[in-house]
Design a protein around this ligand. Structure first.
Ligand code: SAH
Length: 401
């Protein structure tokens, strides 16, 4: 077994069970480990710290599997971790057929994401360690999950930093259909696992889609009519369909992608929602919000769920301005008594900064707003308390008073 020796003082984060070893922390590697090979991480004075997967090209030089010296990183170890991850997600399947069954660091499997869509799994191997164990992992998943196949979507940018090339295609079992139909909280969605964002669907927004559905239903019960809502960056219609299912009278959905909008409309048809209640607009949200304001439009609910504006800390200032811009203009369209659901999936922007940016937009809008709730990803995207980097999706529910 090859030892990776850390510089003096660099053992601290590992003693707090943070799973990443940065290149700058490494004193010496006693040999030449292969890509993804298990190494023994030790402190400058030779104390055992962790078993980790080595990646010689990445700034995260090693990702820890385990902090327990007596553990052996083998097939049985992976089987135990995977079974544990699956067990924790089991109860979600009564509500939905789209579940993130493995979420990287949170499941002690750094770099591995596995999403289940009905009878298929879609897997992303984003780090050298899980890549090296891919065959073993795929075999265990096929044995433990009742699925027809595993489709691989290892096309995330993170692979290049690990010295790995992109791999997309069937990993095990059968070819998935063009669109896999999933049902979540009573709403049907088609998922294109070959071309869709991430693995095809924003599974992480499940609880917030349900919130949107409930807000629409409550509105109808209270006002005797359905709400008028605006869903910006609608992608394949996630929030829009939830609102329509909740009884919204009119939902305007905006996205710049024609393909996403076409899929969104197919999704609306799947649920029997016609064009009388749903409008799908291809436009730039930044422009649309300004134009809608000039026209004097008003909505009972506005949803803003943009793409990641900050891909790293270097882009935080520019991203903050973009978040402020859409939130300021979004707020201006909310009726008195209405709500705003606003999100950021930029991992580089923490929840406190996001809240500050939104507060800035509220001040500039000269509106008065209450924060009703902080929102985040569902329980299948848990945060490992020792690895705060896992928190990326955050949102706020504001009520305009
Ligand atoms: N809210 C979606 C996910 C949003 S993903 C859901 O819950 O499923 C981000 C979306 O924003 C993508 O569909 C992308 O096409 C769209 N997009 C990116 N920049 C845009 C812009 N400036 N104007 C409109 N849409 C944009």
């Amino acid at each position: 077994m090859i030892d990776l020796i850390l510089k003096k003082g660099k053992e601290r984060s590992l003693l707090r069970r943070h799973p990443w070893v940065y290149d700058t922390a490494v004193q010496k590697v006693m040999g030449k480990p292969g890509l993804g090979e298990t190494v023994r991480v030790v402190s400058y004075d030779g104390r055992f710290l962790a078993w980790a997967a080595y990646s010689h090209e990445s700034t995260i030089r090693a990702r820890c599997w385990s902090f327990i010296e007596s553990e052996c990183i083998d097939k049985a170890w992976f089987e135990e971790k995977i079974i544990k991850a699956l067990r924790a997600r089991k109860r979600l399947f009564s509500r939905t057929s789209a579940v993130r069954v493995i979420f990287g660091e949170a499941d002690q499997l750094p770099g591995l994401v596995v999403d289940q869509y009905g009878d298929w799994l879609v897997a992303q191997f984003q780090a050298a360690g899980v890549e090296a164990w891919k065959d073993v992992i795929a075999g265990i998943l096929m044995k433990q999950c009742d699925v027809q196949g595993i489709y691989e979507r290892s096309d995330a940018a993170t692979r290049h930093r690990e010295g790995l090339s992109e791999i997309v295609g069937v990993l095990r079992g059968a070819e998935p259909p063009q669109e896999i139909e999933i049902v979540e909280d009573g709403v049907r969605y088609g998922v294109d696992v070959r071309h869709g964002h991430k693995t095809g669907f924003y599974i992480d927004q499940r609880e917030n889609r349900l919130l949107a559905q409930r807000l629409a239903a409550q509105f109808k019960a209270q006002h005797g009519r359905g709400m008028r809502a605006l869903n910006c960056f609608c992608y394949t219609g996630g929030f829009s369909l939830a609102l329509l299912a909740g009884g919204a009278e009119e939902v305007i959905s905006v996205d710049s992608s024609a393909d996403a909008l076409a899929m969104a409309q197919r999704n609306a048809e799947r649920n029997g929602f016609g064009h009388d209640r749903a409008q799908w607009l291809q436009a730039d949200v930044f422009d649309y919000l300004r134009q809608a304001r000039d026209r004097g439009e008003e909505f009972d609910l506005v949803i803003l769920d943009p793409p990641k504006f900050a891909s790293s800390h270097r882009h935080i200032d520019r991203a903050s301005r973009a978040y402020k811009d859409i939130n300021l203009n979004g707020l201006r369209l909310v009726k008195e008594g209405g709500d705003l659901l606003t999100f950021s999936c930029s991992g580089a922007m923490d929840v406190d900064l996001f809240q500050k940016v939104i507060a800035g937009a509220v001040i500039d809008s000269k509106r008065e707003a209450w924060m009703i709730a902080r929102l985040g990803a569902g329980e299948d995207h848990p945060l490992m308390m020792t690895c705060p980097e896992g928190e990326y999706l955050k949102g706020l529910q504001l009520a305009l008073r």
